[in-house]
Design a protein around this ligand. Structure first.
Ligand SMILES: Cc1cc2nc3c(=O)[nH]c(=O)nc-3n(C[C@H](O)[C@H](O)[C@H](O)COP(=O)(O)O)c2cc1C
Length: 206
């Protein structure tokens, strides 16, 4: 699959067939993650593979948005090893790049995945830390259930030319097609009117 095809067609998959994920596919996804860019090439990522159904269900019970674990044959925990890094403030950014690489590799392999958010929610992180016996300097970053997809999700149109500016904020990148300044002024005017109406409705006056 072409890189752009994987990028444009990847969607979160939360329902899976029970069929296990091949060891070679696991290796490929993790290899892709390990090739991500990182600050000063510090590569702070570490990975815990979770295939035990009881463990997956125990994590699901502790996390409000982890329904994908109910059918996933496995999950990959992306962690940050934060001790002794040259650029410690970037560890989570580095791990995010690795996580996206991993998910795109999953897509490329015909697998589905979803990013279950952990970092920076301390309560979600500490549940994983104690359950999986992570050392003090290893932070759980994101949990990625992976498997053979059992759902088809539509591919939305997400390209928004108006979010791209050229050289400075009020210049659209596609000149002549967008008047960003007029649009910003119109939105500010609409906000003013909405606020005035809200004040009037709540009995307050200028
Ligand atoms: C930081 C982060 C945290 C997320 N947390 C969850 C989560 O806890 N549970 C979940 O089902 N999806 C989670 N997602 C997936 C998003 O809901 C999903 O990526 C988003 O709705 C866009 O849909 P798409 O992945 O299909 O393009 C998370 C995504 C990110 C990047």
């Amino acid at each position: 699959m072409e890189t752009m095809n994987a990028v444009l067609t990847r969607r979160s998959i939360r329902t899976f067939h029970p069929e296990p994920v091949e060891p070679l596919a696991i290796r490929t996804m993790i290899e892709a993650a390990m090739y991500a860019p990182s600050a000063g090439n510090q590569a702070p990522w570490r990975f815990v593979l979770i295939q035990n159904r009881e463990t997956l269900m125990a994590i699901r019970r502790d996390h409000p948005y982890a329904s994908a674990l109910e059918t996933a044959p496995m999950a990959i925990l992306v962690c940050g090893a934060t001790g002794d890094l040259p650029h410690p403030e970037f560890w989570s950014v580095d791990c995010a790049a690795a996580t996206e690489n991993l998910m795109l590799a999953a897509k490329d392999l015909g697998l589905g995945s979803v990013w279950i958010g952990l970092y920076p929610r301390r309560e979600r992180m500490s549940a994983l830390t104690s359950m999986l016996k992570l050392p003090a300097d290893v932070e759980p970053f994101a949990l990625i259930p992976v498997g053979h997809p059992m759902e088809n999700v539509e591919e939305p149109q997400r390209y928004r030319p108006e979010w791209i500016r050229s050289e400075q904020w009020f210049e659209p990148w596609a000149p002549g097609r967008l008047d960003l300044k007029a649009e910003a002024e119109k939105q500010a005017e609409e906000r003013k009117i909405a606020e005035a109406l809200k004040r009037r409705d709540s009995g307050l006056h200028d």
